[in-house]
Design a protein around this ligand. Sequence first.
Ligand code: XMP
Length: 516
Amino acid sequence: PVLVVDFGAQYAQLIARRVREARVYSEIVPHTWSVEQMLARRPSAVILSGGPASVYAEGAPSVDRALFEAGVPVLGICYGFQAMARALGGEVARTGTREYGGTHVTVDAPGTLLTGSPVEQSVWMSHGDSVQGAPEGFRVLATSAGSPVAAFEDADRSLYGMQWHPEVKHSSLGQRALENFLYLGAGLSPTWTPGNVVADQVEAIREQVGDARVICGLSGGVDSAVAAALVQRAVGDQLTCVFVDHGLLRAGEVEQVERDFVASTGVRLVTVDARDRFLAALAGQTDPEDKRKTIGREFIRVFEQAARDVVAESGAHGEEVRFLVQGTLYPDVVESGGGEGAANIKSHHNVGGLPDDLQFELVEPLRRLFKDEVRAVGLELGLPEAIVWRQPFPGPGLGIRIIGEVTHERLEVLRAADAIARTELTAAGLDRDIWQCPVVLLADIRSVGVQGDGRTYGHPVVLRPVSSEDAMTADWTRVPYDVLARISTRITNEVPEVNRVVLDVTSKPPGTIEWE
Ligand code: XMP
């Protein structure tokens, strides 16, 4: 792998993704790793990321000179560039000139790293210290107003560095510089393709699972669908998928799993119709936390029973069920500490804690993948676009989008309104601009309207279109007025219980994406 050494800023994941976009496999490791630990991973190259610290700050992480003498190509970025310069005897100074944001650099000698770069380019910088003199043997490639040495290289030793951030989109030729490092500097080939990922994972799953049987809970979401499809590709009918229909899904979602997913994968699927059970459990509940707890608890019980049934049925026919598939992604692995197995706490949490007598080993075929790679793998496996590009949808489903008690009738009203909003947003080509668009039924509120000659006394629905990168923060999406008008007209015409459509124009924070 290409190791991306994380110096503690938010940039390491972005760098790792950009390296993957160049179709080279990358992994993030903490800067606390020793050079021996890094070399034990047999890296094909190392990238030192940016970081928040000044190389002069007390306790600022440094880089062991031995890394540069191991014969592994290294690229230092921002803080990593300065740490590299310092370790190799260059001059780093705190000049007091800060460069932050869009900055101009002049490329004096493109060398390997900046091959193909124009002389002047706009880049993204964020630093207080700067490299004043390159270490011995290095050639200065570029300069900026605040950085007499803005990029350098020693191509003979395959050591490269740059002050600006090539991983952010504001650095116009950033991806080109990263690719120059990977392809020309480190001699790597773009082999990390969806086809190869599938082939590798299929082999790994076969090795892990052997003849045993595997169970997988499907949520209707992208991750569990792609994970299941990979396992199916690897071990075929040894896999049984369980899909709990809790009745809180949107129009068409059950069919999407039961028909489209099964048709495209050949998965053996057990659907549990638990709609009545969930409605009964939710009766009389209006508090959001109570509703969430009830739905979560019932979900575990139903899934647990279905798992027992699958285990019992398979016990009668040979191999036991020993494995449970989890759609854990790489960012979860990194965020829970990085190492192999580190994501287990979180992934167990995802299943909701199965009881002790149902002990499964986990199969996590997505633990090396970023979300965009999961989608690419899904397409490679032949999953329908509607599943691969599905927007996030919360586990408690429409249960937390009915403000008030959840009833069968209210679910029908919300499903109808939601289907119209989704159809119109899709028709307007907005699916990729919108992270998700909850439609919320204010079931306990009524307002007066007029339709035809008559007075109506109906309920409002709220449209909550948001744009986001990761759901941690979000902005309300500026959906064109004509699209909003069509949605509003159609909902009030076609859903008799709704006589008002309102738009939520709150960002997150302070508002959450969901209303409950
Ligand atoms: P909030 O409302 O916290 O939502 O801004 C952030 C993202 O998480 C989704 N969400 C959930 N997903 N179970 C889930 O699987 C949940 O209980 C849950 N609550 C919120 C929400 O749709 C948004 O994408």
